[in-house]
Design a protein around this ligand. Sequence first.
Ligand code: ZN
Ligand code: MN
Length: 483
Amino acid sequence: MSPPTEPKLPAGWDLVVGLEVHVELDTATKLFCGCINRFGAEPNTNVCPTCLGLPGSLPVINERAVELAMILGRALGCQVNRSVMARKNYFYPDMPKDFQTTQYDQPTNSDGQLVLPDGFVVGIERAHIEEDTGKSVHVGRSGRINQAVYSLIDYNRAGVPLVEIVSKPDIRTIDQARNFVDELRAILVVTGVSDARMEEGSLRIDANVSVRPEGLAELRTRCEIKNINSLRSLGRAIAYEANRQIDLYEDGSAPQQQTRHWDENTSRTTPGRSKEDADDYRYFQEPDLVPLVPSPATIAAIDETMPQLPVARRAALVAATGADSVAARILVERAQDALALEAVAAGAEPNKVLKRLVNDLAVDDWSNLDATALAELIKMESAGALSASQAKQVLADLVESGGTPQTYVKRRGFEVVDTSELKSLLEQLVGDNPSEWKRFCAGDQVERKKMQGFFTGQIMKATRGKADGKMVAELLNNAALVG
Ligand code: ZN
Ligand code: MN
């Protein structure tokens, strides 16, 4: 669970990073048409004249998409503005209209911030609404277009609603960059704005990276790294790119402003197009859509129904259970914090609850497990009626089939053998094995250990493993003192 270590930059240089994160919104349909918004469908089945960009088709904006964008904006402390959609003109094969409908100088959300778990604040420049493009698959050597034998295009993704979150260039370390994405992802999930699955492309990161001599305040030429598809790649791509730029400066040269691709296989960034200016896109206001003008009442309603955000949920869990920051982060991310809080409120030992959940509840579906049953289980463990490994097995039963822990304790034969039962069993064993008992009582350390193993084994055999090993050892030693 420990995060990858921070790759080091050469001394004397500071890192400057801003992130642009594209997030697919969790709507039923696309942004401007009624086509289904779903990952993984047969290619080109969720398409219509509008999202294929056919002549004469007109966009109708998806109200829910706008609402989700505003929810995210408020969760990031943004100002929600009167906004207009704009056309960003460019040619790309997976962009059938030859323009992307997005927002330009009047975005829905602006001027927010994201607070990292350690309190570091990253400014949010804007979080604007736009449509996704189709998806190209380049078949052939590298999977990149330049060496492809042929390319396939899937328009299912064309027109899927996105929010693009643009951070200010406030990020100074690779850990901060990773924490930013992690925290953003947690916010997206609890607000229901997006499932934020990097592996399915519903959260995609571009990183703007530059370096400057330590202590200088200037912003130097940056490169935008595309194609980063995991937190691990994010760290490696930033480290590679920063070192590449530092090498250029140290050779008396300088980086060119450009987009660069992160290549997972070679662990390098390679140049893409030289970065164009906004002018090149010939942005203009989308004539087929009216401005979005949320009323103050709409924004107030969003604020009122905002779910508790991860930072507050972690704080609540820490306050009530004494969880450390790692456990708090894991349980809130898995949405198991409410379960932990309820179990603790029902009298279960906080430490054990946290340990069980963190270590043994990394499952997709735990809906069968309720807090009362969990609390009972933990209480049995605390009382010594169940060993840790037995508690773990019963927890798995509860997750699988629900019910109460008692049912499974009985079914698995986990009822503990009580002390008096063990005592009489031991007396019988001593009577049956007098020479072994003598060796235990009078032997040297090695001999004693060997005979303790013998008697413990016999007791475990007789109780079919139900005896508590610690208790057996205690009884043996007490009996040896007496007899
Ligand atoms: Zn469509
Ligand atoms: Mn974008």
